[in-house]
Design a protein around this ligand. Structure first.
Ligand SMILES: Cc1ncc(COP(=O)(O)O)c(C=O)c1O
Length: 422
């Protein structure tokens, strides 16, 4: 029996008893042309702007204006080591040790850098396994790595597919693939939370399986970071990458995170691409020293940090640090549970939720198939003030984000959907 009821009153009560409801006020909520707040359900695509972000960026602009190059050492937050201001909060958020995490580059760039180190194919073990509906950028990246190493990108790519007539990938099917081809697979590269279905995989189980078969294991956590408890260190994965513009609210195209498991932290023999920012901080500016790699994830940096983007990440992480991922996940389960309840009331013959119904196997996103719907349904929702996301061929993704979405947002979203369907 659920605690949810139909009607606005239930949503209002849920909002009243929500201990995180005040956090909505820390964000700019987009409005329509009449000044009414939109129902923003696309934090899984681009998170909203914290009101504090401008101040954090302005601080750096002012220091740049007033100090010029001296800002590298004299700015309020000295730029030389700016990425270090993000490390502790970011590592806490993804369940890692500080030495395992760095913020740098963008997601796909980091994926390539990780594959330079953790995709080391041999003549017999060279395949890469991804989930069948992996995010296209990941697929293109792994295909290009296969080609780069002289392999056929079709023959070398192993797809972990859902069964006929199903949307979700089953772990027993991954086990079967590994039983048969495990000794040919060099790398498992899986989206920790699948972007399309919202399925949150058991990272630890996948990493164990991969390692048992002698494969390296990496996760794309673009849809996981700030959304679910990733526990990256305990998962045992070799590496993970994620962006910060979705649930981490750091602005369009903002920098990405990267995790390298502690067991690789001091391995100087790993193949890697390097730059001056992966070099020992003590001797970096002597300029002529032989390359001396930094321990941990920092040893994969290439360039000096882009401060303005990092300032936006700092603004956001300061909020996450205050709330903590556990409280967020607790609210998220309640909010998405309520969303699921209302959708099911619309009739399971009309609405099909392809996201797992087990709250531990998903984050906040629900991917919804509406019977006989096409993109016009999404257009109508947008016209009605609901910002959701359409993915071909027939899925609407909605992500009630616990930091700034309310139970009433969810209620009104479903009301509008109901009106359109009627
Ligand atoms: C799951 C996933 N992987 C990779 C990317 C690509 O990210 P970027 O453009 O930052 O490299 C995205 C972008 O939305 C994504 O959702």
């Amino acid at each position: 029996m659920s605690n949810y009821r139909l009607g606005l009153e239930c949503a209002q009560q849920l909002d009243q008893s929500d201990e995180l409801s005040a956090y909505r006020n820390l964000f700019h909520i987009p409005k329509d042309k009449y000044g009414n707040e939109l129902i923003y359900m696309t934090g899984n695509s681009l998170g909203l702007q914290p009101k504090a972000t401008k101040g954090y960026i302005n601080q750096e602009l002012e220091d740049w204006a007033n100090l010029g190059v001296e800002g590298h050492t004299e700015a309020k937050n000295p730029w030389l080591g700016y990425h270090e201001f993000l490390t502790e909060s970011m590592s806490k958020l993804v369940g890692a040790k500080p030495i395992e995490v760095v913020v740098m580059n963008t997601l796909t760039t980091n994926l390539h850098l990780m594959m330079v180190s953790f995709y080391q194919p041999t003549k017999t073990r060279y395949k890469i396994l991804i989930e069948a509906d992996a995010f296209p950028s990941d697929k293109y990246a792994v295909e290009s790595q296969l080609r780069h190493h002289g392999f056929d990108d079709k023959e070398g790519l192993v797809l972990w597919k859902p069964r006929q007539g199903e949307e979700l990938a089953r772990i027993e099917d991954l086990e079967n693939i590994l039983q048969v081809q495990g000794n040919e697979i060099a790398l498992l590269m899986i989206g920790g939370v699948n972007y399309y279905t919202g399925q949150f995989f058991n990272l630890k189980r996948i990493a164990e399986l991969g390692h048992t078969h002698g494969c390296m294991v990496g996760f794309d956590c673009a849809h996981g970071a700030g959304n679910v408890e990733l526990n990256l260190h305990d998962s045992g994965a070799d590496f993970a990458i994620w962006c910060t513009y979705k649930y981490l609210n750091s602005g369009p195209g903002s920098l990405a995170g990267c995790f390298v498991h502690e067991r690789h932290a001091y391995n100087k023999n790993l193949n890697r691409f390097t730059g001056w920012w992966s070099h020992n901080k003590q001797t970096r500016f002597n300029m002529r020293h032989e390359f001396d790699v930094l321990p941990g994830a920092e040893g994969w940096q290439l360039s000096n940090p882009p401060i303005l983007s990092m300032a936006a990440i700092k603004a956001s992480l300061d909020i996450f640090n205050e709330v903590g991922i556990k409280k967020l996940v607790k609210k998220s389960k309640n909010l998405t549970g309520y969303f699921e309840f209302l959708l099911k009331e619309l009739g399971e013959d009309i609405i099909r939720i392809i996201t797992p119904n087990n709250p531990n196997e998903r984050g906040c996103q629900l991917s919804i198939q509406v019977k006989n719907a096409d993109k016009t349904l999404h257009k109508k929702l947008t016209a009605a003030g609901v910002i959701s996301d359409w993915r071909e061929p027939d899925v609407i993704r909605c992500a009630p984000v616990p930091l700034y979405n309310s139970f009433q947002d969810v209620y009104f979203l479903v009301e509008k959907l109901k009106e359109i369907l009627n």
